[in-house]
Write a protein that binds this ligand. Structure first.
Ligand code: C5P
Length: 217
């Protein structure tokens, strides 16, 4: 039986992809399923935390007894996260946030025309980076999905984004990354202390992440 070791703690989790509109019928997104973030929300809630889940569109039912905040775009996620941030003790950013969005989202469906079409993409805010600038006493956890140089890039992100720790995974490995029910991750903290978690269910990985959060609280 799980202990309620996060009782009284407020935990904000982001999950899923973000969706960037091109016009009313088209969009740019990514392969994030939301499974890792939803597993974290469920596990934190079972351990007694009061959970806010800010999520892009997924096929998963949100856990009951949490504050569910559905969003679509990165700018929506930014607004929702900034609104809820001040009340939180812990923020875990497992969402796969789009780094770019179309400069304009056309009000009407773009008609095909002669020749090619060029879309200009503009940078989205890095939500996690901004939280790192204002985190004060809060625990801030990031994710790093990489295809190469996993540990090196993850360590850079801890410093750049001012995180307490990062969950890094190599999305090219069998049984890891987007859409799978399992993952293989490294938990890396500020002191470069690395813990490898061998292939496990996303629920088990969620509990490992929350154990680490609990240690730091
Ligand atoms: O820099 P990179 O996108 O690899 O970092 C991943 C981490 O940063 C994840 O925790 C993700 O949720 C967060 N992120 C963000 N806003 C962005 C891009 C990434 O919060 N625009």
């Amino acid at each position: 039986k799980e202990k309620k070791d996060l009782e009284g703690k407020k935990v904000l989790i982001t999950a899923g992809p973000t969706v960037e509109a091109i016009d009313p019928v088209r969009f740019i997104t990514n392969h994030s399923s939301g499974k890792m973030g939803y597993a974290l929300a469920e596990a934190a809630s079972k351990r007694g935390a009061s959970v806010t889940l800010v999520s892009g569109p997924t096929k998963i039912m949100p856990p009951s007894n949490i504050n569910f905040v559905p969003i679509k775009s990165t700018l929506d996620m930014y607004d929702a996260v900034m609104k809820h941030f001040p009340q939180q003790d812990v923020i875990i950013k497992s969402a796969a946030v789009a780094d770019y969005r179309p400069q304009y989202s056309a009000e009407k469906k773009i008609k095909k025309q002669e020749g090619d079409l060029t879309l200009t993409l503009v940078r989205n805010p890095d939500i996690l980076f901004e939280l790192g600038q204002i985190k004060e006493g809060k625990i801030l956890v990031g994710f790093a999905a990489e295809t190469d140089h996993v540990l090196e890039y993850a360590k850079e992100k801890i410093l750049k984004k001012n995180l307490d720790f990062i969950v890094a995974n190599d999305v090219t490995q069998e049984g890891a990354g987007f859409g799978t029910d399992t993952n293989i991750v490294y938990l890396i903290d500020k002191t470069e202390n690395i813990t490898k978690i061998d292939k496990s269910s996303k629920t088990e990985i969620a509990h490992h992440i929350l154990n680490k959060v609990k240690e730091l609280l």
